[in-house]
Design a binder for this molecule. Structure first.
Ligand code: IPE
Ligand code: IPE
Ligand code: MG
Length: 243
């Protein structure tokens, strides 16, 4: 983005991206769906670094949903392999992450994920915990409903232990028990691939998010597209129910 424009606008603090369209991108090229996922992972790297360079504080990338386990086992294991490769690389490029100030955080259910992937995610979280330009939420094995169930269970346990009363439960305490605890809600949610739905993405946090849809397939998504989404967002009039 042009420096002059960047100075004049108020950036969204938190952007969520539903990285969709990998399969169709591969199909268009006569490739296996897996190739689309590999290309999508490269786009993720580019957009993540670009977001940090712009000065976005939080970005959440929807990489694998709790519903995606329904896909053929071959596709699921190919996606898991891509996560493994990415995590190995991200853990190895510590100096680069440090320079960019990237802090990684898993927003998803550990239960159900292969243990080695959980371990690598935890290592990445620990190694990057001190950095602070941008928090990168990796929404892997993520479902918005699952996340709310997770929060309800945590609050029920607190009631059981006598730490809180049922009447103490409010919107803030639910937010504090989601995977995004302590983070602002997403200001902007981007969904490429021509689908107009959330597919269970951040359904609690999206209450007042602005949406940006596009027909671009995720592997074709570029920093210029992110600029376009942000500039459109800047023109929106957010009222939050007020006047
Ligand atoms: C998104 O791309 C990646 C995941 C959901 C893991 P898709 O695989 O959903 O691509 P399309 O929607 O079939 O094109
Ligand atoms: C949403 O995409 C999940 C991710 C991008 C990780 P899907 O491709 O799974 O969503 P639907 O099935 O089209 O709603
Ligand atoms: Mg899809």
């Amino acid at each position: 983005m042009n420096e002059e424009i960047l100075k004049q606008i108020e950036l969204p603090k938190h952007i969520g991206i539903i990285m969709d369209g990998n399969g169709r991108w591969a199909k268009q090229r006569g490739l296996e769906r897996t190739e689309g996922h590999r290309a999508g992972a490269n786009t993720f790297r580019t957009i993540c670094d670009y977001g940090a360079d712009l000065g976005i504080e939080y970005m959440t990338f929807y990489a694998f949903s709790t519903e995606n386990w329904k896909r053929p086992p071959k596709e699921v294991s190919a996606i898991m392999k891509i996560f493994r490769d990415y995590l190995d690389e991200a853990n190895a490029r510590e100096a680069e992450n440090e320079k960019r100030g990237l802090r990684f955080h898993l927003t998803g259910e550990k239960k159900g994920l292969p243990p080695d992937i959980v371990k690598n995610l935890e290592t990445l979280e620990k190694k990057s915990a001190g950095k602070k330009v941008m928090t990168v939420n990796l929404a892997i094995n993520y479902g918005g409903r699952d996340e709310i169930v997770h929060a309800a269970k945590a609050l029920a346990q607190k009631v059981k232990r006598g730490e809180i009363k049922p009447g103490d439960i409010d919107e803030a305490s639910i937010s504090e028990n989601l995977f995004t605890a302590g983070q602002p809600d997403p200001d902007l949610i981007i969904r490429p691939s021509g689908e107009y739905r959330l597919s269970n993405f951040m359904i609690w946090q999206a209450a007042y998010s602005e949406f940006w849809f596009s027909d671009i397939l995720w592997p074709d998504f570029t920093p210029d597209d992110l600029d376009r989404a942000i500039l459109d967002y800047c023109k929106r009039n957010r009222r939050f129910g007020g006047v």
